[in-house]
Ligand binder design. Structure first.
Ligand code: PLP
Length: 455
């Protein structure tokens, strides 16, 4: 077996990777070496050459409690020793306890359906929505409406709901019955229009879509509390509350995708808790276990669940997956939530997010920065070529900032491969466990890099 030292000295680790591993998203490029990450502690990761980086993206927006949590490893170890597996056609203690805990956090009574990933959780929500309407006497309700620029997953249904053309290009045709409307993008709203009026106009677009599609054919709307991976597009509260009102008015279910926003990211336990709404279903993944193990949840309002209780033939939910609700994953999720609560990481997310936003607000004076916005510990910096026309920044300019940050030991992200010409928004989504020094480090690197990239 190789020791860490052997690995460090091995010149071939990257070649080995190149030979065998097909990477997610990243383009094949012999010049661009993949980063082989070997360790993580707090907000910091170490690569196989000993390079240290503050992970300003928490992996893929998911390691909310930070790296190297021994309690989480222990929770998994102990559960695997005790009971490694039972399928969710039966039950087990961590699954029962976690369902109760998630309900407590949601502040209501939902039924908790376990799966493995955010995509799975959304697929489950779509199937439940269609079957619910069928069994509720509204057989025609089968369509889903989501927003352009939002991401809801990579499987065929979740990708159909995704509103990012670049993610779908060459995989189409996707599922029929998935429709899209424009999201509020407050930075790009028409000149002279108030944020409120603009957000209400966007909500009206959704209502028009429902009506023009024949409301009796629409099953559900799916949306994130704010669009995350699509460019940190934060709606005004009137938008979200109006959307719920419209859904209710037309008998359409509201599915809230909390895959990124959940578990403290936005400064509340769930992103939708910033608004006065009560979703029909809530999907969650990533921060549920801080990505220490794969697990996702589709939380479904109990009155919807009731329609599946009737004894008619095939009226039960005929969906199963092998790994969803794995006992060790549930045990890790419980411990992860305990850490979030014990260390007040949700409140800290709000506090650190505000600090980060205030500190980085001065970047708005930079000639290529059009907007700096965020909610909780989730920040977007929209880069433009021209502040007046708001023409999105060229990819080379955006990529230069990202690579310069990396050279100084800070990983940041962007809304890559989303909508042609609009992949111009830098993203920061650091672990909620960041120390004050970590935040100061992010701020100083960002300021330095933008200064060095001033024409
Ligand atoms: N929903 C949102 C908002 C996401 O950001 C993602 C993934 O990034 C997904 C769903 C899909 O989650 P997964 O990658 O776990 O399938």
């Amino acid at each position: 077996m190789k020791t860490a030292k052997d690995v460090n000295q091995s010149p071939s680790i990257v070649d080995q990777d190149r030979e065998n591993v097909w990477h997610h998203i990243s383009q094949y490029n012999n010049e661009k070496r993949p980063m082989v990450v070997t360790e993580g502690k707090g907000a910091w990761i170490t690569d196989h050459e000993g390079g240290k980086y503050l992970d300003g993206m928490s992996g893929l927006w998911c390691v909310n409690v930070g790296y190297g949590r021994k309690e989480l490893a222990k929770a998994a170890y102990e559960q695997i020793q005790k009971l490694a597996y039972t399928s969710m056609t039966q039950s087990h203690m961590p699954g029962i306890q976690l369902a109760e805990k998630v309900n407590e956090l949601l502040g209501d009574d939902y039924m908790i359906f376990y799966s493995n990933s955010g995509s799975d959780a959304n697929e489950v929500a779509f199937k439940i929505a269609r079957q619910y309407h069928q069994q509720n006497g509204e057989q025609a309700r089968h369509k889903f409406i989501s927003r352009y620029r939002a991401y809801h997953g990579g499987s065929m249904g979740a990708l159909s709901a995704t509103g990012q053309a670049l993610r779908k290009y060459k995989y189409e045709p996707l599922n029929s019955g998935f429709l899209h409307v424009s999201p509020p993008d407050n930075y790009r709203r028409p000149d002279g229009m108030s944020v409120k009026a603009y957000n209400l106009q966007r909500a009206q677009e959704l209502e028009d879509k429902i009506i023009w599609e024949q409301k009796e054919t629409v099953a559900a709307v799916i949306m994130e509390p704010l669009i995350t991976g699509g460019g940190i597009l934060i709606p005004d509260r009137v938008y979200v509350e109006k959307v719920q009102e419209i859904c209710k008015k037309h008998g359409v279910l509201l599915i809230i995708d909390e895959v990124i926003c959940g578990f403290g990211r936005t400064g509340k336990m769930f992103g939708h808790q910033h608004f006065n709404i009560k979703p029909d279903m809530v999907t969650m993944a990533k921060g549920l276990t801080s990505a220490y193990l794969p697990l996702s949840v589709t939380a479904v309002r109990k009155d919807i669940y009731k329609v599946f209780e009737s004894n008619g033939e095939n009226n039960h939910f005929r969906h199963v997956n092998t790994f969803g609700g794995n006992p060790a994953a549930c045990a890790v999720a419980l411990k992860n939530i305990e850490i979030l609560e014990k260390e007040n990481l949700v409140e800290r997310s709000a506090l650190l997010g505000e600090r980060l936003q205030n500190e980085l607000a001065e970047l708005k004076n930079h000639p290529f920065v059009g907007d700096v916005r965020g909610l909780g510990f989730l920040l977007g910096i929209e880069m433009v070529e021209d502040k007046k026309t708001k023409q999105p920044a060229l990819p080379k300019r955006v990529n230069k900032i990202i690579s310069d940050c990396k050279a100084k030991g800070l990983i940041i992200g962007k809304n890559g491969d989303t909508v042609e010409g609009y992949n111009n928004i830098l993203a920061l989504c650091p672990p909620l466990s960041c120390t004050d020094e970590d935040v100061a480090y992010i701020v100083s690197v960002m300021k330095e890099v933008f200064k060095e990239n001033t024409p």
